[in-house]
Design a binder for this molecule. Structure first.
Ligand code: SAH
Ligand code: SF4
Ligand code: F3S
Length: 442
């Protein structure tokens, strides 16, 4: 056998893409590739892309432009585009940028090795199908290498919600839940390789309803969390992203009595105005969201809340925007993401009237982010003096320091020995700095 070929993957977008990039690297590992973290010495470069906002999608074309000299220098270099831009734009990518050899959408990654073989023979390869077969089944085989203490695990993919602004139902396809038995076995394998925390991923992860291990079922996300909690050595379970309308009672209850389920919930609401929520097709009101938060907090008072917000959705008035600020005030978020509305081709909202002036949207985003930042800081500051669990992940920047994530997902650094990496320890928080917390081992 010749020398191993080198694979460089650049990942954009959400955590699901991070998970997919790992799976693709493994799938191509079987075709003789080893991962490299340098584009300039790779034999194949894959851009695993995101289509959620215009800026995200345009990044791909500028990155491809930057690869041009590299390809000119080394014509054998293979360049591929994967992910949601690949799904949304397909062949158009090769038209706009002829240096691209391979385009593959998220539901066809299990076909990558065959596609690579075609590309190696000098052909172009394109696959943006939504095939019947389960990509995860063939993508499942991971090499038995050790890995870091925290891992992503995709349990559900696709979305049937069709929010008026969103491309995900088109790029990821219909909502599909993986069978629980496969998830449990993947989790056991991860634990055997050093993983202590899994974050279950899905575009609507709390809508999970996969086949139960014993054939009865389906299992809900709460059932899955309890099933995973029974795995010895797995210490923490997280999940993201959830939709308010799928926040079932058994899941709320699991936050009260399943110790391994971490007290953190990413529950996007997008807007605090009922008029805008309706136009967005979110199918709930601001009041229903606030009532839900109250029910969750009644059972898990310390739960950390996180959200996503869009400003400048078509038709959003100053009053609608004030209602969003009021909702944020009422919830008190520990963490949040916020965006200016970006019209996406093919989505219902892209065709609508009521365009919000860019300067207005920019100013709204600034005010919203200032409020969220104040909340975030205050929530972080309130951790000082408290005792929390921390899963240590790596050495810190200072000598003799280790860093990890608290139960509430804050970065925490403490003075401590390296051999605690991979373990959960109790820590007393002593200081809140700009991006992290400082603590002491108890
Ligand atoms: N499935 C998740 C996340 C979807 S994408 C959910 O339902 O919440 C992540 C976030 O990107 C969304 O929550 C939304 O806030 C933002 N987003 C999606 N489409 C957008 C668009 N066209 N313009 C601006 N932000 C958008
Ligand atoms: Fe997009 Fe809405 Fe589905 Fe989330 S729930 S992925 S925002 S369509
Ligand atoms: Fe982006 Fe696709 Fe994720 S559009 S946010 S990479 S599902």
């Amino acid at each position: 056998m010749g020398e191993a070929k080198k694979l460089f993957i650049k990942t954009y977008g959400c955590q699901m893409n991070v998970y997919d990039s790992e799976r693709m690297a493994e799938a191509l590992g079987g075709a003789g590739y080893v991962a490299t973290d340098r584009a300039d010495d790779a034999d194949m470069i894959l851009l695993n892309t995101c289509h959620i906002r215009e800026k995200a999608a345009e990044k791909v074309y500028s990155e491809l432009g930057r690869l041009k000299p590299l390809k000119a220098e080394r014509p054998d270099l293979k360049i591929g585009v994967t992910g949601c831009v690949a799904q949304a734009e397909g062949e158009e990518i090769m038209r706009r940028q002829p240096l691209v050899d391979l385009v593959v959408g998220p539901q066809s990654y299990h076909r990558l090795p065959q596609m690579e073989a075609r590309v190696a023979e000098g052909h172009k390869a394109l696959d943006t199908d939504f095939p019947e077969e389960d990509k995860f089944e063939t993508l499942q085989k991971r090499p038995r290498a050790a890995r870091g203490p925290s891992a992503f695990l995709t349990v559900q993919e696709g979305c049937d919600k069709f929010c008026a602004f969103c491309v995900v139902p088109y790029t990821r396809g219909a909502e599909v839940s993986r069978p629980a038995a496969r998830i449990l076995s993947e989790a056991r394998d991860l634990v055997s390789r050093g993983v202590r925390e899994v974050t279950l991923l899905g575009q609507n992860v709390n809508a999970y309803h996969g086949a139960a291990p014993e054939g009865e079922g389906p299992w809900s996300l709460a059932d899955l969390a309890r099933g995973l909690a029974a795995i010895e050595g797995l210490e923490r379970i997280r999940y993201t992203t959830s939709h308010p309308n799928d926040m079932a009672d058994d899941l709320i209850q699991a936050h009260a009595d399943c110790d391994k389920l971490m007290p953190y919930l990413h529950l996007p609401v997008q807007s605090g105005s009922d008029r805008i929520l309706k136009a967005m097709n979110r199918k709930h009101t601001a009041r229903q969201y606030l009532d839900l938060i109250a029910r969750i907090r009644a059972r898990r008072p310390d739960i950390m809340l996180s959200g996503d917000f869009i400003v400048g959705f078509p038709g959003e008035t100053d009053e609608d925007f004030e209602q969003t600020l009021a909702l944020i005030e009422a919830v008190n978020y520990g963490q949040a993401y916020s965006f200016k509305y970006s019209p996406r081709p093919g989505t219902p909202a892209a065709e609508r009237a009521g365009h919000v002036d860019d300067a207005v949207a920019t100013e709204r985003l600034r005010r919203l982010q200032a409020l969220l930042e104040r909340q975030q800081k205050a929530v972080q500051q309130a951790m000082v003096g408290r005792e929390v669990g921390v899963l240590f992940e790596k050495p810190g920047r200072m000598p003799g320091q280790i860093v990890g994530k608290s139960d509430y997902l804050h970065a925490v650094h403490v003075p401590g020995p390296q051999d605690l990496i991979g373990q959960v320890r109790r820590v007393r928080i002593v200081e809140s700095t700009s991006n992290s917390l400082a603590g002491e081992l108890i």
